[in-house]
Each structure stands twice: as C-alpha cells, then as structure tokens.
Design a binder for this molecule. Structure first.
Ligand code: SF4
Length: 285
C-alpha cells in the first residue's frame, strides 16, 4: 500500500479563512460551514498544528500484507506534517507514516472501555516528528477531547509561552503528547490501570520520535515515565535517563495558572536546567 498525503500549510497567524471559500449569498449553509471551518483552522494554528491534510491519494500496490496497519485512518484531528527539514539519512515521511499507523491503532482503542465510551476524540500527539525535545503531559482535558489535540486551552497557551518566550523555540519544533490518550471524566487524574493500558502507545511514540530530551509536565507524567512514587518536589532539579533519553521533571502548566507566584519561578528554574542541558542560550547570557 503506497499512500501520498497532500498537506496545506496553515498560516502562522492562524488566519485560515483564506483557505476556505464562503458560499454565495444564496447559500447561507455553505457560508456558515465555511465560517466554522475557518474558526477550526484558527484554533489548530493556535495549538501549533502547522499543516492540515487536503486529500489522500491512495494507490494500492500488490503484496504488502505484512504492513503494521493502514498508513491513514478515518476520523480524529488533523495530522501534523514535518515542519523542520528532515535528517538526510531518514527516508522521507518514514516517521510520519509510522506515527500515522500508531495513531490509527489508538483511534480505535478500547482497552479502557469506560474512557472509550465517553471520549469524543483520542488525543494522540502533535508536533515535529523529528524533535530534539518532547513534552509529556498527563491526559486530555475537555478542550483537548473536543479538538483531538493536546495542550490547547489555557494550559496549552501557557506551554506555548514556555516554549516560545521562555526557550526561544517554536511550538512546532517540539512534539507534545500525553501519558494517556483519552479524557478521564471530570478531568480526574488517570488511574494506574489506565496509564498501564496506554503505556505501550507512549513507548511506541517515543521509540518512533527518538527525542534527546523529554520534559515531564506534572506528577503523573513524571512518576509514570520514570516508574517511581517519589513526589515531584524530589524529582525536580535532576536529569534522568529513560531508554537513552534525558528526562527533566517540572510542574504542569496548569499549576502556574493556579499558583503563579510559586509555579512560574519553579518551572522557569527547571526549564533553564533543561535549556542548559540542551545547549540552548539562556536569556541575558
Ligand atoms: S486511554 Fe489509552 S489505552 Fe485507554 S482506551 Fe484510551 S487509547 Fe486505549
């Protein structure tokens, strides 16, 4: 099976209306649809999605039964395309296709039947498929569940601020994912069973992405990835090794929103440690 994906780049401003043609005055339903689509494109751009798929051209080639699932699947949020030049040694779209196959598996997963019943979307992950840095959060909230994209809404904006204003990177330079892919009702903390059910997907994502650094956002992500019961206060301030990746733990962006006076300096301290390890210039240095 050979699949060609055609991508439209979303303008950085998030003004997606240019991509959407409104209907004539005689066709108000088309105009309404166009307006809704434009708003959706804008919210994707704000979430750091750089491309949306315009169409799929699938060519069936004989004899590929051993492939690990389809390269595309229906439903779910728009898939990100690479926003960075890919390493010369990597086959074109290699990781994109691997991520897409995994995303398709996640999209139909019912290992946690109670979550599968109540979710609107699975929230797989978003960003550069060739990242140096991955941010790992806890679980989708209401906004993420509705849009199928991690870290949208207020906590997502805070994360974008950390990445762009704090670290001097762009959101689309990194990859962002969660410990579990379905929203726990009422935004409760994922149970150990749910996290264990979803662990295979997380490990497979990290295996495909091969980041140098992982930044765990919050207690759930840190404890689950590192397999520890240590409190976050004790996990911060050190670099850990997980399968060759260097791991830093800090507070979830929602902690900064709830307790700005405590959260902001603590997170900034952790991010500076991360930047130093990554060799990124610190502001004013
Ligand atoms: S949380 Fe993970 S393991 Fe559980 S149903 Fe969703 S995708 Fe499957």
């Amino acid at each position: 099976m050979e699949t060609r994906l055609v991508w439209n780049r979303i303008p950085r401003t998030g003004k997606g209306t240019a991509m959407v043609k409104p209907g004539s005055q005689d066709d108000p339903s088309r105009t309404r649809m166009a307006r809704g689509l434009a708003q959706k494109i804008q919210s994707f751009a704000q979430a750091g999605v750089t491309h949306i798929r315009r169409g799929v051209d699938v060519e069936q080639r004989a004899g590929s039964p051993g492939e690990a699932g389809p390269a595309t699947c229906d439903g779910g949020a728009p898939r990100p395309a690479p926003s960075q030049p890919q390493p010369a040694s990597a086959p074109a779209d290699d990781r994109v296709a691997a991520l897409e196959r995994l995303r398709c598996k996640v999209a139909v997963c019912t290992r946690c039947p109670h979550l599968a019943r109540t979710r609107r979307n699975t929230v797989f992950g978003v960003g550069n498929p060739y990242p140096r840095l991955v941010f790992l959060g806890e679980a989708p909230g209401a906004d993420e569940d509705a849009q199928g994209i991690p870290f949208v809404g207020r906590a997502g904006q805070k994360l974008t601020e950390i990445i762009e204003r704090g670290m001097g990177l762009r959101r689309e330079d990194v990859y962002i994912l969660n410990t579990i892919k379905c929203r726990p009702p009422g935004n409760r903390v994922p149970t150990p069973d749910e996290a264990a059910n979803c662990r295979e997907y997380l490990d497979a994502q990290l295996e495909i992405l091969k980041p140098e650094f992982v930044c765990c956002l919050g207690l759930t992500a840190a404890q689950h990835l590192l397999g520890t019961a240590e409190p976050l206060g004790r996990l911060r301030g050190r670099l850990y090794d997980y399968r060759g990746m260097r791991v830093v733990c800090t507070y979830h962006p929602s902690y900064i929103l709830r307790f700005p006076e405590l959260g902001r300096p603590a997170v900034w301290q952790d991010i500076q440690m991360l930047m130093k390890a990554m060799g990124l210039p610190l502001p004013g240095k």
